[in-house]
Each structure stands twice: as structure tokens, then as C-alpha cells.
Design a protein. Sequence first.
Lengths: 273, 272
Amino acid sequence: MVKFKKRSMRKYLTLAKITFEEYLVYRLNFVLWRFRSFVSFLTLFFFWLAIYGSRSEFLGYQKSQMLAYIVGIAVLRSIVLGSRSVDLGGQIRSGELTKIVLRPLGIFSFWFSRDLVDKLLNIFFTFLELAIVLAIFKFPFWFPTRLETYIIFAFIVILATFLYFFLSFVISVLAFWTEEIWATRWLFGVIFLEFFAGAFFPIDVLPAWLQKIIYLTPFPYLVFYPLKIWLEQISGIEAVKAILICFGWLLLFWWLAKNLWQKGAKNYGAYGG
Amino acid sequence: MKIKNLKLKIGQISKLTRVWVMVSLRAAQSQLLTSWAVILFLIGKIVRFLLFFIFLFAVLGSAKNLAGYNPQQVILFFLVFNLVDISIQFLFRGVYQFRPLVVSGNYDLDLLKPLPSFFRPIFGWTDILDFFTLIPLWIYFLWFGFSQGIFKLGNFFLFLALFASSLVLGFAFHLIVCAVCVLTTEIDHLVWVYRDLTNMARFPTDIYQRGIRLILTFTIPVVILITVPAKALMGILSWQGVLGSFLISGLFLWFSLKFWHYALSQYSSASS
């Protein structure tokens, strides 16, 4: 049993190694990808610096908290939103999925292994970029004062990571039934995600009526609520409620991913494969 | 002789316009075949614009100014950014389809046609959805500007001239990207770097530090592309700024054409 598990682990480690090497095939693209992440971060960073000016508090956020939120967006984009499962939709449409299903690899384990490599690369370079910005600008940064905040934050980030994995998987798996997978991915996986997850700005700066709509979706539990916990703007019962709702969404999307995959794989025609 | 040359040039431009309209109609037909995708993309574009708009209103409602600009001026910057950005995306969408042409060798067939070599790479595809969003955007922009009393008619004509200059600059940059694609076959992230840097001009570029403003003026001149037309509209642009922006656009156009011809001289077909 132990030997079997070791062999299974070796398969996924090899897969992770291959995924890592893929990033370095087109080195210019790799460098430009990192440059793009850096530019997105700088745009938001300077915008909020300009808004705050000489203010110390604005829209319920201290200056150090808002800058921590912006840094937190960069970090959580790496940890939670860094993903390769977006490729699944294209592979279903092109027929390349056949290569993957013929291998002795679980489909969820396969994509999660690739996601982990993407996340690790993202985290490494994001921290490097943030270190450069911190060294140059030396802005005040918010750290939680209570130990339990760090634990609750870590826990909800882990839940958010899995929630995004299954959410992204569900969107990709729709490719079994529709050709317009890119449009679906772009609308739900990019536009709604970026804004409703709080990955551009905190959701609570928006009008109350719009906030109510956004809180009905799973997206705020990916970035916004983890960062609210980090900033200690929600704690205690509210934090527990956020974790439970996040877990509920995770279960729902896990169930959807499992069932949609089983249904789709049965009728998979491998057109073009 | 000069009149004959002028007539020839007008004839050529007229021919290219007819070809472009034909290519655009084919592109629109192809897009509208997948009606569900069209609806989703259109919803996405509208939602993105509206959410940013609501965000700016919400923040500026409390902040009252951004880098010395009042809320109406900041909204105007945002509208000009969208006008320039969407117009450039509408006209020069062919860039996103150029790499497959190069790696497959099919670009050879375009080089045989009696059209400029950059026609297919730059103008080979138009996005009809950008056209659908441009119309209400122009209407709202004109209504907003004149009703708020932010710009006057004289400034508006200067804005139109600088807007045309922005399109020329956008063309130049896309041509440079296509030239890089011919030399390296790597294009995707380069175009998106351009898009991300352009997004920095969504807000008045005065919010950035001097070093970053210099980069945004002289390397990828986002300031010339978006901030300068917006400032002209508000009547706060100096004559040196106007001349400088035309000069930089002209220089970029000259450089992009030279670089493109150099890239073509290095082009070897992948398979033909």
C-alpha cells in the first residue's frame, strides 16, 4: 500500500516537473507574464496612494489597511486564482483531452497538480515583486494583531483555493456541451470573478444595493472575505459565518464538478483529437 | 504630376477602405454565427464598463478629487480612455490572429496580394462588438462633456485631431508588435503588456510618480495616447504638449514602418 502511494506521488511529482518546464519553454512570454502582473499591481497601488493623498482614513479603511488590501490582492491572486485548469475547456473542444484520460492519472489530481505548480511560481515571483515595491516605497503595511487571525486567514485561504479550483473546473467542463467556452470563461471566470471577488477593489466601497447582489455569489469568498479577516474588519461570529458559507459553496462546486465531469466524459466524442 | 499622384493616392486609399469594409463584414458575419458567444461577450464588456464607472462614482463621491482633478474630470479621463482603447481594439484586432498565420506559413499568401504587407496583420479582423459598444459610448461622452460644461467646441476639434493622432500611435505600436512576432513568433503577452500599460491611463496619469510618467510618455506612450487628448478637451494642454504629441506619434509611425520592413526582410516562411 505504501509502495503504491509512493508510485502515485511520483507520477504527480513528474507531472509537476513537466508543468514547471513548460513555463520556461517560451522565456520571453514568461518574463512578460510576470511584467504584466507587476503592472496590474502598480496601477492599483498608485491609484489608492493618490486617492488617500494626505488622508489617513477613507471609506472605512486606514491607509495602511487599504495598501495591505492591494498587496493582499496580489498575494491571493497567486495563491487562490493562479490556475491551469482554464486549459481544460480548450482541450475538450480540441480533443486533446483524450491524451489525458488515457493516462493512469485521476482527472482532479491531474489538474490540481498543474494548478499547484502555477501557484508556487506565482507566489515566488509575487513576493519578489512585492519586496521590490516595499523596498522602494516603504509604505505602511497592516499586520493582524491577534494570533487567531493568522490561523483563520490561512484556513479560509485554503478553502478559497479549493473553491476556485472546482469553480474553474465547472466552467471548463461546460465545454462538453457548448462551443462558446471562451465567452463563458471570459464572462464568469474573468469579468465577474475580478470584480465580484474584490480583486480590483474592496467590494464594500460599492453602493449597498450592488454589494447585496455580489454577496449572494461565491466570488467574494475568494479574495474579499479572506482579506477582510486579515484586516481584522470581520472577526468572531462573522468570520465563522464567512468560513461556513465558503465551505458550503466549496461543497456545491465540488459536487457539480464531479457530476458534470462524469456526465460529460460519458458523451465525450474527442472531435479533432 | 502632383495632382496625378494625389489622385492615385486617393484611389489607393479608397480601394483599401473598400477591402477593409469587405473584410470587416466577413468578420462580423463569422462572429454573429455564434450568437450565444456574442451575447456573453457583449454582456461582459458592458458589465466591465459599468462596474468601473460605478466604482469611480462611489470613490470620487467621497474623495472629491484625484491628483487635483475633480470627479467630472476624472470621469472624462475614463471616458476618453474607453473611446481610444475600444477604437484601437476595433480597428487593429488583426494582431491577435497574426501568430497562427506566421507559424503556419499562410502569411505567404497574404504577401502575394496587391495590398500593403501590414494590411492583414493589422486590419485582418475587426470586432463588431467593439463597434456596438462605441456608438452608445460616443453618445454618452458627447452628452456628458457638453452638459457638464467640461469642454468647448474649439477644444473639441483639437481633441478630434489628437484622437486621430492616438489612432496613428496605436497603429504604430501594433505594427511593432507584429514585427516582433515575425522575428520571434512570440506575440501574445507582448500585446497584453501594451493593453495593461494602456489600462494605467484609465485614471489621470498624474497619479504616477515622475519616473513612471516618463516611461509612459516615451517608451509605450500611453500618456500621448489617452491623457493628452483628454487634457486638450479640458483646455489644460499647452501648445508644446500638442506639438510634442504629434511629433512623438510621427516618430513612432516612422520607426514602426522601418522596423516592420526590417522584420519582413528576416521573414522565412514556416511551410509553403
